[in-house]
Design a protein around this ligand. Structure first.
Ligand code: RIB
Length: 297
């Protein structure tokens, strides 16, 4: 097994809109698509489509969305041993994408809010066989901290994508993680520092380096990413593309985080994969296979 993803799954309900309605107003939107999403699941599917062996630790509900999600994991070759059924609704994400491809996302965590440290402990044997543990913040923070502690005990590097941002994230409890991958607004909220310029962003990453995180990779959308580490910082540019939907780009970037030999190569590959994904609609539906083609169905 290459990667253990301890995280969320959602069903995405994506409305493509001309504009958001005002209070009391009804407006017509031109298009709608439903698909499998959730930051954890998206990252798992991207990684698996690129050839990684992935085990997913997550909770689905007791509704029709749970069956859809399980079927989708299996179709994408993900190990579902630790996809647990829960007496709750499944996670759901109503998403709005405007004509400029900008998105607004609501999440209803449902079963994801019940993923517990005990659930992670139950997967210990399989997690122990992985080269990397990947986390986001759509599950309880205590479960995130417990997974980080388990990673430390097992000697497995941790990648934490602090999305959606939790201002109460305790930097002391994530000390020692290998990769921290926020976007600009997440970095701003976590550090309380401005991120208006690349210099500001660099200074904010210094706070995280000072807090004991080894590599901070700040995703900068169409500008690429900044990698900050003990020996300095660098910007790795993304290819220019015509975006139609950027909703799943951050997760595509992380899903590419397989073993590319070094961090720069991983960021370059992540930039390319994310840029390709924004040229298509949806989240997982926008992720290509390793040869660049799209999966059937
Ligand atoms: O990062 C995009 C994802 O955020 C969507 O798939 C949605 O489900 C939310 O989790």
């Amino acid at each position: 097994m290459d990667i253990a993803i301890v995280g969320s799954n959602m069903v995405d309900l994506i409305s493509y809109i001309h504009r958001m309605p005002s209070e009391g107003e009804t407006v017509e939107a031109p298009d709608f698509r439903m698909g499998c999403g959730g930051k954890g699941a998206n990252q798992a599917v991207a990684a698996s489509r690129l050839g990684a062996e992935v085990v997913m630790v997550t909770r689905v509900g007791n509704d029709v969305f749970a069956d859809t999600t399980l079927k989708n994991f299996r179709k994408n070759g993900i190990d579902t041993t630790y996809v647990l059924r829960t007496d709750a609704s499944s996670g759901v994400a109503p998403i709005f994408v405007d004509p400029d491809s900008r998105n607004s996302i609501l999440i209803i965590k449902g079963a994801n809010a019940r993923l517990s440290p005990a659930d992670v402990e139950a997967a210990r044997e399989d997690i122990a066989r992985c080269k990397l543990i990947v986390l986001q913040l759509e599950i309880p923070l205590e479960t995130v901290y417990a997974t980080i502690e388990l990673g430390e005990v097992l000697g497995i590097p941790i990648l934490l994508n602090p999305a959606p941002v939790a201002p109460e994230l305790d930097l002391e409890r994530i000390r020692g993680i290998e990769f921290f991958i926020p976007n600009e607004s997440e970095l701003e909220l976590i550090t309380g520092m401005p991120v208006d310029t690349l210099d500001d962003i660099g200074k904010a990453t210094d706070v995280l380096l000072g807090a004991g995180i080894t590599n901070i990779i700040v995703t900068l959308g169409s500008r690429g990413a900044m990698w900050a580490h003990a020996d300095g910082r660098e910007i790795i540019k993304a290819p220019a593309v015509q975006a139609v939907d950027t909703t799943g780009a951050g997760d595509a970037f992380i899903g590419e985080w397989v073993d590319h030999g070094d961090v720069t190569a991983s960021i370059r590959a992540g930039n390319r994969y994310a840029a390709d994904s924004v040229t298509r609609h949806g989240t997982q539906s926008s992720y290509a296979l390793a040869d660049g083609s799209l999966p059937e169905g």
